[in-house]
Design a protein around this ligand. Structure first.
Ligand SMILES: *Cc1c(COP(=O)(O)O)cnc(C)c1O
Ligand SMILES: [Zn+2]
Length: 558
């Protein structure tokens, strides 16, 4: 732990020793300050990292705690970096990673903030605190305050899903439901805290809160370095992009500071670009950025179903985000709620990552940035993935996403069966669960592509899937199985896709089977014309998403 940490005023540059309770600059009154560490932090950091201590504590030399080893912890930090293989293939973009903050104790990266901020409060001898939150901060603080023996009052707006409020209450926090906007509830909470002389965590104005987010950057740089696995590879590697959905902006600003510090210590050679994604019903930073404004214009009435992202007044956070992007590159982008829900479903069914809509919005943003060429295929992209998956079935799954055993078991009859009849009927019922009346043949030599196509189709419906890795085997398969649809790759060893199409055309019995071509090859106009007469659709790998393909599949099967 460093002997001294300074708080450097962001407005007048005045340096003062850091103290949790001192929230304003003695010289100019500003509430914005950043922590600064002594130069020997580098040595300490390398030593601590060599110790391989777990969790945030190992970053102690760069954290504003007197005794990091006594930090309050629930096992936050050290979250995995998960490659997005299927989505990456669909987008033609191999280096996409989710920094999986869902695996944190209360399922969001706010646990890092709570661990550090609550520990700092405890070091300062505080026993009561106040937060206002769009949900996740309050949950994290409630949990860590429970451990620290700090009484927490949380101001929440009614848009916070009931499940999240209940979780806060379960941790023993006192919940105040303020029927106002999030921005107004922040003001209420501040007044409440001031009048009672309680500590109010001011997010970006709180040094521990901001500093906690650096640990995301430190871990990402360690993890990307570990992926390189060649001798002499650097110990820390910056991604090309860090992407996060933005509400208050604490995350990206703190992560940016983390990368800046690594760079300043000579541990990484460049800073990542930053992409901040908002929802179009509440995108004050995005619209202010697009207009080149120096300060943010606020959104008075946020209109979004993604309550986590409903900060209409970003205040000074905007300037910090803008300054980072102006200096190091990046993008600000808005997506619709629907884009977010769609991405949420895609990440769940194609990657096994179930995240909350607030986080899915960042993934929807990445899809758009890749599509528009802002993020290029050679770039490494790390996306912050967080998530309480509270009930969102209506947004994502539609009405009928389950089947009742009863209707499968006894399709036409009512009344109870004898135990014996029931036992005899079971195999029949079980066979009825698996309907698989529609069958699809996939002819594709690349095993990853086959797996992706299979996954996309099977997550959608009960198709019977047949697969072949070359044209000859594919033709045999088609003759045996008579599939309802063929998905065909063009470049395959031996008989290629064009050869398969010729053989199908020459066979009266097979001629009518619809074909969809999915190819990595860019086609000449001659080839396109040749395909047009025989093929329902031609998709270029990397240029369509799962739903695009499924629309085509359903059309072909009609
Ligand atoms: C907090 C949070 C955000 C917004 O982060 P900020 O850093 O406050 O802008 C986005 N998504 C999720 C899931 C969050 O919990
Ligand atoms: Zn000052």
């Amino acid at each position: 732990m460093p002997e001294f940490i300074f708080a450097v005023c962001q407005d007048c540059g005045h340096r003062r020793p850091f103290a949790v309770r001192q929230v304003t600059c003695p010289k100019c009154g500003s509430e914005f300050a950043e922590a600064e560490y002594p130069l020997d932090a580098r040595e300490g950091l390398l030593a601590e990292w060599r110790n391989r201590d777990i969790g945030l504590r190992r970053f102690g030399p760069l954290l504003p705690l007197r005794e990091p080893e006594r930090m309050i912890t629930l096992g936050e930090g050290d979250t995995p970096l998960i490659p997005l293989d299927h989505i990456g293939q669909l987008l033609g973009h191999p280096k996409l990673y989710a920094k999986d903050e869902r695996q944190s104790p209360t399922a969001s990266f706010k646990d890092r903030q709570a661990a550090l901020a609550v520990s700092a409060m405890k070091e300062a001898g505080l026993t009561e605190a106040v937060v206002s939150s769009t949900g996740n901060v309050a949950i994290a603080y409630a949990a860590y305050c429970a451990r620290a023996g700090i009484r927490l009052t949380a101001f929440l707006t009614p848009t916070v899903p009931a499940d999240k409020m209940r979780e806060c209450a379960l941790y023993g926090a006192h919940i105040i439901k303020a029927t106002t906007s999030y921005d107004a509830s922040k003001k209420l909470a501040l007044r409440f805290a001031e009048e009672r002389g309680l500590f109010y965590d001011r997010g970006l104005r709180s040094i521990p809160s901001l500093e906690s987010m650096k640990t995301i950057a430190f871990e990402i740089a360690e993890q990307l370095a570990a992926l390189e696995q060649r001798p002499g590879a650097p110990r820390y590697v910056a991604p090309d992009w860090y992407v996060q959905s933005i509400s208050g902006g604490l995350g990206p600003i703190g992560v940016g500071k983390g990368f800046r510090e690594l760079h300043g210590l000579g541990l990484i050679d460049r800073l990542p670009k930053l992409a901040g994604i908002q929802v179009d019903g509440c995108a004050p930073m995005v619209s202010s950025f697009a207009r080149g404004l120096a300060t943010a214009e606020r959104v008075d009435e946020p209109r979004t179903r993604v309550s986590t992202l409903a900060t209409g007044d970003p205040g000074r956070a905007y300037e910090r985000v803008k300054a980072y992007i102006d200096a190091h590159g990046g993008a600000m982008l808005a997506v619709s709620d629907e884009d977010g829900f769609r991405a949420m479903h895609q990440l769940a069914k194609l990657e096994g990552l179930s995240m909350e809509p607030g986080a899915a919005v960042a993934f929807a943003g990445v899809i758009k940035l890749i599509r528009s060429g802002v993020i290029t295929p050679d770039e490494t992209v790390v996306i912050n993935c967080t998530g309480h998956t509270f009930p969102v079935e209506p947004e994502v799954l539609g009405q009928q996403w389950w089947r009742d055993w009863e209707t499968i078991d006894t399709p036409a009859q009512t009344g109870s069966l004898t135990p014996q009849a029931e036992a005899e009927g079971m195999p029949a019922a079980i066979s009825r669960i698996d309907t698989r009346v529609r069958s699809i043949a996939i002819l594709e030599d690349n095993a990853d592509s086959r797996r992706l196509l299979r996954r996309v189709l099977q997550a959608h419906s009960d198709f019977a899937i047949h697969e072949a890795a070359d044209g000859q085997a594919g033709l045999r398969l088609i003759r045996e199985q008579r599939p309802d649809l063929i998905i065909l790759d063009l470049m395959m060893p031996g008989l290629d896709g064009f050869g398969v199409l010729d053989a199908l055309r020459a066979d009266e019995g097979l001629r009518g089977i619809p074909v969809i071509v999915v190819t990595a090859r860019s086609l000449s106009s001659d080839e396109r014309q040749r395909l047009a007469s025989q093929v329902g659709a031609v998709w270029q790998k990397g240029e369509f998403l799962d739903d695009d393909l499924l629309v085509e599949v359903e059309r072909a099967l009609k």
